[in-house]
Design a protein around this ligand. Structure first.
Ligand SMILES: NC(=O)C1=CN([C@@H]2O[C@H](COP(=O)(O)OP(=O)(O)OC[C@H]3O[C@@H](n4cnc5c(N)ncnc54)[C@H](OP(=O)(O)O)[C@@H]3O)[C@@H](O)[C@H]2O)[C@@H](O)CC1
Ligand SMILES: Nc1ncnc2c1ncn2[C@@H]1O[C@H](COP(=O)(O)OP(=O)(O)O)[C@@H](O)[C@H]1O
Length: 294
């Protein structure tokens, strides 16, 4: 008998995202994405593109790289601005419905300040990925802040580590995490008290209030830099729509994980990959799947 957790089965949730005729961008929510330090602006742009194409009402990027913090003519929908030096004040001004932080964030003082301010921002979905996970592992008070946030606002915070990041949080190597993925995820949930997505082949998700589920879709074509960044933007966009469409953060996370992996499978079935499959192509296929099932 297999010990594998039950499979993710989320596509029935897509109906809840169906838009009523009078709906407007306010009903689809405002996503704020934070990251894109020098050399890694692409990570934040990919997350932003995923948020845009997965249906967020507004997608705002706080870009840490000054050279990249300007509007892009071919992606004019993205509201790209230079990351403020006063994150708390900026969050009060933007009033996001969902925050996602980490893609290409780096480890600067400003990155730390943005993570502190995001953790302190009350009671909205918060997705923490990539370099922000390293900061949580390295800086004890940030981990304490995360646990306090989860005690106050349960089921609102999502962590999306790949095996390397999971190992960093647990003081294990990526290989050790891979040897015992399910128990590593249980340890991560205990440590962080968050909805946690352990990425890699057969992505696992679990939370303090939810049993573990396993994504059976996905393929090695997904091993391309930026593929995780688009998952972060997708979770944020679906969680943002979920606020007015009765989809909670656990459901939004599961749906994004399954859509992401299924989109990659669908592209491979069309011979677009596995070799050379790109995150940008995967975003567009996720949008196709979302609208097919709507
Ligand atoms: N266009 C851009 O601007 C992009 C910018 N990006 C940004 O760059 C920053 C750093 O990200 P990164 O990709 O450079 O390295 P990072 O993810 O910290 O570590 C990689 C190591 O982790 C492990 N590992 C990972 N997956 C595994 C698995 N399934 N199974 C097993 N192990 C696995 C593996 O460790 P190993 O096995 O080698 O010990 C691997 O070597 C971050 O901010 C990101 O957002 C990127 O998103 C790319 C596009
Ligand atoms: N062999 C595989 N099978 C299924 N999914 C995979 C495989 N390799 C990578 N993935 C998926 O691709 C994504 C890679 O994310 P991540 O490592 O964070 O990328 P990046 O940091 O470059 O954005 C994750 O969602 C992971 O589950």
């Amino acid at each position: 008998m297999s010990n594998r957790p039950p499979p993710l089965n989320t596509f029935h949730l897509i109906q809840r995202l169906k838009r009523a005729p009078a709906e407007h961008k306010g009903n689809a929510g405002k996503v704020l994405l934070i990251g894109g330090a020098p050399g890694m602006a692409g990570a934040l742009l990919l997350a932003g593109n995923a948020s845009l194409h997965l249906g967020a009402g507004w997608t705002v990027l706080e870009m840490l790289d000054p050279a990249s913090a300007h509007a892009l003519p071919d992606q004019a929908e993205l509201m790209i601005r230079l990351a403020s030096f006063d994150p708390t004040e900026q969050l009060q001004a933007i009033k996001p419905d969902v925050i996602a932080i980490g893609p290409g964030l780096g480890f600067s003082n400003l990155a730390i300040q943005w993570l502190e301010a995001s953790l302190a921002y009350p009671n909205i979905p918060l997705v923490i990925d990539a370099d922000a996970l390293h900061l949580l592992a390295d800086i004890g008070p940030l981990m304490t802040q995360l646990r306090e946030r989860n005690a106050r606002y349960p089921n609102q915070t999502v962590l999306t580590p790949h095996p390397g990041e999971a190992g960093y949080l647990l003081d294990l190597s990526a290989a050790e995490v891979q040897e015992r993925r399910a128990s590593a995820l249980t340890d991560l949930v205990k440590l962080t008290q968050s909805i946690t997505v352990l990425k890699g082949q057969h992505t696992l998700i679990a939370a303090p209030q939810h049993d573990m589920l396993c994504c059976l879709e996905g393929n090695p074509g997904m091993g391309t830099g930026g593929m995780g960044d688009i998952l972060t933007g997708s979770i944020a966009a679906i969680a943002a729509q979920g606020i007015h469409h009765q989809l909670n953060v656990w459901e939004a996370t599961g749906l994004a994980v399954q859509l992401h992996a299924s989109a990659a499978d669908s592209l491979v079935a069309k011979k677009i990959g596995p070799i050379g499959l790109t995150p940008s192509e995967t975003i567009l296929e996720m949008r196709n799947l979302l609208n097919q099932h709507e």
